[in-house]
Each structure stands twice: as structure tokens, then as C-alpha cells.
Design a binder for this molecule. Structure first.
Ligand SMILES: [Mg+2]
Length: 124
């Protein structure tokens, strides 16, 4: 079973995303802030197949988390999809530059999410 870490400071988004993914047989680890997410990754990185990462979070932003991950040899190959309500080209470019493998704009449908995640887990 593929394991996905979902990081978002909005609990409703985490809950909804978790439900959508679990209904499709993914296992979900929820996290509500960037620092906590890094602690979880530190412990479970061998187990995490993909990270869904919100960008705007109060303590530590998704961009900051992404930067930390890509600068660490243990974590840099875990695929990261940024998700955010910010549908700005500048942010999409920044996420890509920092090493995100994808960018999903909220709100998204369940189908969109599942299709996107599967595509990133099994490219082509
Ligand atoms: Mg947020």
C-alpha cells in the first residue's frame, strides 16, 4: 500500500484529502504544520512514497519544507506535490525550481487528486 504524507494547516483539507486517498487504498499520514512534517519524514522517510505539501502555512511554509527536503540526500528523492489555492505562475515556477514534481491548485476534485497522485507515482 502506497503511503502519502499530507501536510496542510487547514484541518478540513487534510481530512478531505485523507478520505479521498484512503477510499482509493492509499495510506495517509496527516500533518498540520511544516516542522511536524519534517519530524515525521525524519522518522519514516523510508516508508513515505509521496508528499502532498501545502505552501501557505503559519510556522514553516511549504517552500521552506521543500527546500529542506531537497537539500538532504535522505529525502531528496521523495516526490513532492505542492498544493495550494495560489494559482500564480510565479509560485508554480518557484515550486518547480525548488524540486516539486507537481503542483495542484485547490479546490480539486477527488478524481483530479487521485489521477494526479497516481501519475506522479507511476510516471508514463
Ligand atoms: Mg495553508
Amino acid at each position: 500500500m502506497k503511503k502519502i504524507l499530507v501536510v496542510d494547516d487547514e484541518r478540513d483539507t487534510v481530512r478531505l484529502t485523507k478520505k479521498i486517498l484512503e477510499d482509493d487504498d492509499f495510506e495517509v499520514i496527516p500533518s498540520y504544520d511544516g516542522k511536524e512534517a519534517l519530524e515525521i519524514i525524519e522518522q519514516k522517510y523510508n516508508d513515505i512514497d509521496l508528499i502532498l505539501l501545502d505552501i501557505m502555512m503559519p510556522e514553516k511554509s511549504g517552500f521552506s519544507v521543500l527546500e529542506d527536503l531537497k537539500n538532504d540526500d535522505r529525502f531528496k528523492n521523495i516526490p513532492v506535490i505542492c498544493f495550494t489555492i495560489k494559482n500564480f505562475n510565479e509560485d508554480i515556477q518557484k515550486a518547480k525550481k525548488l524540486g516539486a514534481c507537481g503542483y495542484l491548485v485547490k479546490p480539486f476534485s477527488g478524481n483530479q487528486l487521485i489521477t494526479y497522485v497516481k501519475n506522479k507515482l507511476n510516471p508514463n
